[in-house]
Design a protein around this ligand. Structure first.
Ligand SMILES: C[S@@+](CC[C@H](N)C(=O)[O-])C[C@H]1O[C@@H](n2cnc3c(N)ncnc32)[C@H](O)[C@@H]1O
Length: 298
C-alpha cells in the first residue's frame, strides 16, 4: 500500500499530516504510554473540508474499531487509552473495548451552555470519555498530581465530630468521574479556529494523571493539537495526527515547530472583541489595539 503523509518534528513533538489509518501502522508497536483519541463524532459537524458523517452507525463504529485496534497495538503494556465519543456512539465502543482492555472509569465531561439546548427534551450538556488500561495491575495514575478541592473540607470547612478528636475534613481529593470544565470559547487565550477544540484543562488532568515526565502521548485526531500543546507544557513527548492542512498549519505555529509554511507566515488569528455590526468597527479595533486590550484575556 502506498502511504501518503507528511511528518513535522521539533524536539519532543511530532505531527503527521494524513489519515490516521495510514499513519498509525508506521509507528512502533508497544511504544506509547498514553493514547488520547477525540475522533469525529458522526454527528454531521463540519471540520474545514471534512464532513463528520458516515452512511450508517454500523459504518461509523466499524471505522472506530479499525483505528482503536491499531492504537491498542501501539500502547505499551503499562499504557492507558482515553477515548471520547458522542453519547449515542459510546455504548458501542464501550462494549467493544471491554473485551480488549480494562475500562477503569466512565468519565462525564460536563459543561454549561448559556444558549438553549433543547425545548422538547433534556438537552445534552456532557460528553463521555472512557479511561482504559492494558494491565489493571500495572499502569500510571498520579492521583496526588490532580487533586481538586473538596466541598466539605475546603468550601464548607466542616469538622468531623465522629472522630475521637474532632478533625477538619480533608480539603483535597482525587476527582471523581464527573468533570466540570468549561468549553473553549472565542475570548479565551487558548482558542484556535476549530469547531470542537478541547480545553487544555481537560488534557492537563488526563496527561498529569496517566503519564510521567518524558512519557510518549499519541493523539490520532489532533485537530488543533491541544494534546501536543499540553504535552509540551508538561514536558512529555507527543505525536499528533491530523487529516486537514488548515489545522496542521495551526499546529505547526501553536507547537513552535515552524513559523512559515510553503512561504506563508503562520499567524495566530486576530480576535475581534467588538460587535461585528458596529458602524465604527475599524476605529474601535484600532483603539483596542492601541490600548493593549486586543487579544486580552477574559
Ligand atoms: C474532534 S476533532 C479533534 C479536536 C482536538 N482534540 C483538539 O482539541 O483540537 C477531530 C479531528 O479529527 C480530524 N480527522 C477526521 N478524520 C481523520 C482521520 N481519518 N485521520 C486523522 N484526522 C482525522 C478532523 O479533521 C478533526 O480536526
Amino acid at each position: 500500500m502506498k502511504c501518503s503523509f507528511d511528518k513535522y518534528t521539533k524536539g519532543d513533538t511530532t505531527i503527521f499530516h494524513g489519515d490516521c489509518l495510514e499513519v498509525l501502522p508506521s509507528l512502533p508497536d508497544n511504544s506509547i504510554d498514553l493514547v488520547f483519541a477525540d475522533p469525529p463524532y458522526n454527528i454531521g459537524k463540519k471540520f474545514g473540508r471534512f464532513k463528520d458523517s458516515w452512511p450508517s452507525e454500523k459504518d461509523y463504529t466499524e471505522w472506530c474499531f479499525q483505528w482503536l485496534e491499531i492504537c491498542i497495538q501501539k500502547l505499551k503494556s503499562s499504557g492507558s487509552l482515553y477515548v471520547m465519543a458522542s453519547t449515542q456512539a459510546m455504548p458501542y465502543l464501550d462494549l467493544w473495548l471491554r473485551n480488549r482492555l480494562t475500562i477503569l472509569s466512565r468519565i462525564v465531561w460536563h459543561y454549561d451552555s448559556s444558549g438553549v439546548q433543547a425545548r422538547t427534551y433534556f438537552g445534552s450538556l456532557y460528553e463521555p470519555i472512557l479511561f482504559c488500561v492494558k494491565n489493571p495491575k500495572s499502569y500510571t495514575f498520579n492521583a496526588t498530581e490532580i487533586e481538586v478541592e473538596t466541598r466539605t473540607g475546603a468550601v464548607r470547612k466542616l469538622i468531623d465530630y465522629r472522630k475521637e478528636v474532632p478533625t477538619p475534613y480533608k480539603s483535597t481529593k482525587t476527582p471523581g468521574n464527573i468533570w466540570y470544565i468549561p468549553r473553549v470559547r472565542y475570548r479565551m487565550p487558548e482558542y484556535e479556529q476549530h469547531p470542537s477544540q478541547k480545553p487544555e484543562a481537560l488534557l492537563k488532568r488526563i496527561i498529569k494523571a496517566s503519564t510521567n515526565v518524558g512519557d510518549c502521548i499519541l493523539d490520532p485526531f489532533g485537530g488543533v493539537f491541544t494534546t501536543c500543546a499540553v504535552a509540551q507544557q508538561l514536558s512529555r513527548r507527543s505525536i499528533g495526527i491530523e487529516l486537514q492542512l488548515d489545522y496542521i498549519k495551526i499546529g505547526l505555529r501553536r507547537l513552535g515547530i515552524a513559523s512559515h509554511f510553503q512561504g506563508e507566515k503562520l499567524r495566530a488569528m486576530d480576535k475581534i472583541f467588538v460587535r461585528r455590526n458596529d458602524k465604527n468597527i475599524a476605529d474601535r479595533i484600532r483603539e483596542e489595539k492601541q490600548s493593549g486590550l486586543f487579544n486580552a484575556q477574559i
